[in-house]
Design a protein around this ligand. Structure first.
Ligand SMILES: Nc1ncnc2c1ncn2[C@@H]1O[C@H](COP(=O)(O)OP(=O)(O)OP(=O)(O)O)[C@@H](O)[C@H]1O
Length: 360
């Protein structure tokens, strides 16, 4: 008898990502063709062809595990699949120190990961600041700790347990911010420096992860923050999405996740267009020419303005759509208005048909 369908589903999702990682590693190990050999395919040198002391070590993949159902399911699937593909599997849990006994819980997660056969396994404690609110501050501290752990262990990738439900929530949060398709594109399946972070469960629903834990008798920890109505995401999870499903039907989560993928593709295409158009709208001294900007579609023009503001020193996180709209009016609604103040002491003004954006 095969595994429970939920267990089969989580393993398949992880296997696919591990295959991707192996394929990328293999192409990275291919020797760069010499000029003479260029044009003919580079021969792959199998690991066994290296002398033992030079043989590349099998890649290490870490799972970022909170002890919750999603990341415990992920850890169990990694522990099952990795050895079958010659990959080493380890785990990291981050202790945010936000609740009493969080160190104890982190120690329990470490213990559970070890029981699954992962090695190396570690718990890392962080200090959560205040910048951007409690959720953003915890996330920043967590990713910094995960980055450091990945570097320390030389990991090829770090797996995260975000599910299709998390993706739907992220899209709704972006929609509510009203800041364009980039914020509707949710989380990427691959992100971070060198594509370090992978999200194998982005197409799986949360219930599947939970069922997989139950089927394997894996104990899971339910973070009380996830049910705390003080947090926006928690209200969305427990009130917003159920209300939407009631009004619009069960397919709403899947549709939101699909929206994320479509928006991501569109946003990537527009970013590329804006990068290419940017060179053509600058004069010989590098200033932006208003007439040329005016001729561009608004979506492309606003991207160029946003990039210019960030390059001048405006912090990306504080630069909102309304800021860019005001700068845009210097191009599309010119009536001699004065300089526009942007975050980071950046000032945008129109001078002699040119747009000057610089730190004041
Ligand atoms: N304390 C932590 N330590 C390590 N990784 C974490 C921690 N918290 C979250 N993560 C990683 O980030 C992912 C998303 O976490 P988040 O809290 O947003 O979602 P979640 O649905 O509560 O996930 P989970 O059920 O795995 O806790 C997790 O699945 C896990 O991979």
């Amino acid at each position: 008898m095969g595994p429970h369908p939920a267990v089969a589903a989580i393993r398949l999702a992880v296997r696919r990502v591990l295959h991707d990682i192996l394929t990328e590693q293999t192409s990275a190990q291919r020797p760069v063709p010499t000029p003479a050999a260029a044009g003919s395919p580079a021969p792959f040198v199998p690991a066994a062809a290296h002398p033992p002391h030079e043989r590349p070590q099998s890649p290490l993949v870490l799972v970022a595990c909170s002890g919750g159902a999603d990341s415990m399911a992920l850890a169990s699937a990694l522990a099952f699949e990795a050895p079958r593909l010659g990959i080493r599997a380890g785990g990291v849990t981050v202790d945010h120190g936000l609740q009493t006994g969080s160190d104890q819980r982190a120690a329990e997660v470490v213990q559970r990961l070890r029981e699954l056969g992962l090695d190396p396994v570690e718990s890392t404690a962080v200090t959560v600041g205040r910048e951007g609110g409690p959720e953003a501050a915890a996330r920043d501290a967590r990713y910094a700790a995960l980055d450091a752990a990945a570097r320390r262990h030389g990991a090829a990738a770090v797996l995260l347990g975000h599910t299709r439900d998390d993706q739907a929530e992220t899209v709704l949060l972006g929609l509510a911010r009203g800041s364009g398709i980039r914020s509707l594109s949710g989380m990427a399946a691959v992100s971070g420096a060198g594509g370090r972070y992978r999200r194998p469960f982005l197409h799986l629903d949360r219930q599947t992860a939970r069922k997989a834990c139950m089927a394997q008798s894996l104990p899971v920890w339910d973070d009380p923050h996830n049910a705390d109505p003080a947090y926006t995401r928690s209200r969305l999870r427990h009130e917003g999405l159920p209300a939407l499903e009631k009004a619009l039907g069960k397919g709403v989560v899947e549709a939101l996740a699909r929206t994320a993928q479509l928006s991501r593709d569109d946003a990537d295409a527009l970013d590329t267009w804006a990068r290419q158009a940017e060179a053509a709208v600058r004069d010989a001294t590098g200033l932006l020419e208003c007439a040329k900007l005016y001729a561009l579609p608004p979506a492309v023009r606003r991207r160029i303005l946003r990039r210019a503001a960030i390059e001048a020193g405006a912090p990306a996180g504080s630069l909102f759509a309304r800021h860019i709209e005001e700068v845009d009016r210097l191009i599309t609604g010119w009536r001699g208005q004065g300089a526009i103040n942007l975050p980071g002491r950046v000032v945008a003004q129109r001078q002699g048909g040119r747009l000057v954006i610089r730190q004041g």
